[in-house]
Write a protein that binds this ligand. Structure first.
Ligand SMILES: Nc1nc2c([nH]c(=O)n2[C@H]2C[C@H](O)[C@@H](COP(=O)(O)OP(=O)(O)OP(=O)(O)O)O2)c(=O)[nH]1
Length: 139
């Protein structure tokens, strides 16, 4: 049986733009574009894990908003993943290159042509139909 991995990732907003990172070549899915995030560790909630991952990988604090309603299960050759996505806003812009070769800001339409990890593709389809300036944050 393939390992089951629980993943969480952030759609980071700035106006009508979102942030994507290109995965470093030595990681699974190297070279593909993704939303910053990673594996949920034992004892963590999805939101706790996401804040930790963003801090570890980008060096930035994040405020999280609502969860996106998109399909959560995807099977790769190496693992079965369950992935949850949350909107977020960065509190700073360090954007360290710990896990990514580059970052790009753009509208979903501008970024849709990149080579995305397949489990993240439905997120772009959803984002292209949203008015991103109207996403509300409670925190
Ligand atoms: N972060 C992130 N991972 C994604 C996205 N889409 C997608 O299919 N994935 C997959 C790729 C990987 O199989 C998995 C994330 O695992 P990972 O290895 O990057 O997690 P991690 O940051 O905790 O890495 P590590 O320390 O264990 O190396 O989820 C996405 O948009 N963002």
């Amino acid at each position: 049986m393939k390992p089951q991995q629980n993943i969480v990732a952030a759609v980071l907003l700035s106006g009508d733009q979102i942030l994507t990172g290109q995965r470093q070549a030595n990681r699974v899915g190297g070279g593909k574009y993704e939303f910053p995030g990673g594996k949920i560790e034992a004892g963590e909630s999805a939101r706790q894990a996401l804040k930790r991952e963003i801090y570890e990988e980008l060096g930035d604090e994040v405020v999280l908003g609502p969860q996106l309603l998109v399909p959560a299960d995807y099977e790769y050759s190496y693992a079965q993943i369950h992935i949850e996505f949350f909107y977020g806003r960065l509190q700073s812009q360090n954007l360290k290159h710990v896990a990514h070769t580059e970052f790009r800001w753009g509208t979903p339409q501008e970024l849709a042509g990149l080579d995305w990890l397949p489990a993240s593709r439905p997120v772009l389809d959803l984002l292209m139909q949203q008015d991103l300036r109207k996403i509300e944050f409670d925190e």
